[in-house]
Ligand binder design. Structure first.
Ligand code: RM4
Ligand code: MN
Ligand code: MN
Length: 386
């Protein structure tokens, strides 16, 4: 087993970003079930995110989605975050919820629509500058539903043109992450459908463009940890959107459906020495049924558990078994770490950080949810606006 004191040090320094949209109401395309106490403004979403950081100690930033989190003064929003002990993280543009985008955004056949979408990406860079963010995180819903609907080759060139213009506008400290998703909302072809498409565009753009892996955006059976390993080797892994899936883009709590997959992903990260590097670890989830803040806390804990197990892998024994071609021994080293109950170790980590060892129970005891449920009356609860 790897050293538990080294694991503890690494766990204390881990950082995971939560998404503003996880705190708003969400649902399926059939129904949004409203919850009590849900934020009515981006300011209130950030207050909820600050709770997650307060009880876990490792979630000091919150991603925002524009225009869901549009405000009149972004510097003020950033100040508000800072006052609550957090900061604004990735800026996520939204080019998929307007009538103009019916046939796509940056790949749209009409140059005027492409212009509008590109301007939105540029606006998001500006917002990032005002909020002190260093990530522009792009997901595009572009694609077609029927063969022949549009030229797939032309659409790739249109995509490149927009990305190149956006890339050129990035300040030196900002990175552009390009997320992929194999289908949905388009059902015939998707313009950025897999890591290879994202990678090839990022390669053409330059060092500030990197691939974002959303764990829910793959066909069943895809070996995600291989994609992680490959992109790490090419210095093109920009970050993650963590969530879990049973079927498609379920956006369930990370590690709920697939804790072993999450462990194998974190194992690649730890093995490459990238736990505290430039890779952005972000959640992208929706809590349709469960209470949202508690669910985000649980998600952070799930990532911590997978990370702790990855940190406990005996790397020397693993390398030795790999070099000797000892298949079962090598696999056994990984399984030993995976099968370790790391909850006591994480409880120690939290206590040493001055936190309650049980963040979920501590948050419930705090009475925050009851308090905001009383306070947040009037106004419209925020949702993802679909
Ligand atoms: C997409 C993708 C994006 C997220 C939107 C709401 O499926 O995961 O990252 O911002 O959903
Ligand atoms: Mn995502
Ligand atoms: Mn998604």
């Amino acid at each position: 087993m790897g050293s538990s004191s080294a694991a503890k040090t690494a766990l204390k320094q881990q950082r995971i970003e939560t998404p503003s949209w996880a705190y708003g109401n969400s649902g399926t395309r059939f129904k949004v079930f409203a919850q009590a106490g849900v934020p009515r403004t981006p300011y209130e979403k950030i207050a909820d995110a600050a709770q997650v950081h307060q009880f876990t100690g490792v979630a000091p930033s919150v991603a925002i989605h524009i225009p869901w989190d549009a405000v009149s003064d972004y510097a003020d929003l950033a100040r508000h975050a800072q006052e609550l002990g957090v900061r604004i993280g990735a800026i996520n543009p939204n080019t998929f919820q307007e009538d103009d985008y019916k046939l796509g955004s940056v790949c749209h056949p009409d140059a005027a629509v492409r212009r509008k979408a590109t301007d939105h990406l540029l606006e998001c860079i500006e917002i990032g500058t005002q909020t002190g963010s260093d990530l522009l995180s792009i997901w595009l819903a572009d694609g077609t539903n029927y063969a022949g609907q549009d030229s797939m080759r032309d659409r790739q060139e249109r995509l490149h043109e927009t990305l190149a213009e956006t890339y050129a506008a990035l300040p030196s400290g900002m990175r552009m992450l390009l997320e992929y998703k194999f289908f949905e909302p388009a059902f015939y072809h998707t313009d950025v459908c897999d890591w290879g498409v994202s990678y090839s565009h990022c390669l053409r753009l330059g060092d500030q463009a990197q691939v974002l892996i959303d764990t829910g955006h793959h066909a069943p059976g895809t070996n995600i940890e291989f994609i992680v390993a490959l992109l790490l080797g090419q210095r093109k892994l920009g970050g993650f959107h963590f969530n879990s899936r049973n079927f498609a883009d379920d956006d369930l709590i990370v590690g709920a459906a697939d804790p072993f997959e999450l462990f194998l992903i974190m194992n690649e990260i730890v093995d490459a020495g990238e736990l505290h590097g430039d890779v952005a670890f972000m959640l992208d989830q929706c809590h349709n049924l469960e209470p949202k803040i508690t669910a985000e806390i649980r998600s952070i804990m799930n990532v911590q558990e997978a990370t702790a197990k990855a940190l406990l892998v005996d790397r020397e024994a693993l390398r030795a078994a790999q070099r000797a071609g000892e298949v079962l021994e090598a696999n056994g080293v990984l399984m030993d770490a995976y099968n370790t109950d790391v909850r006591p170790l994480l409880a120690e980590v939290r206590t040493e950080m001055g936190l309650d060892p049980d963040p979920v129970a501590a948050f419930k005891r705090s009475g925050y949810l009851e308090k905001v449920t009383e306070q947040r009356v009037g106004g419209d609860a925020m949702g993802w606006g679909a």
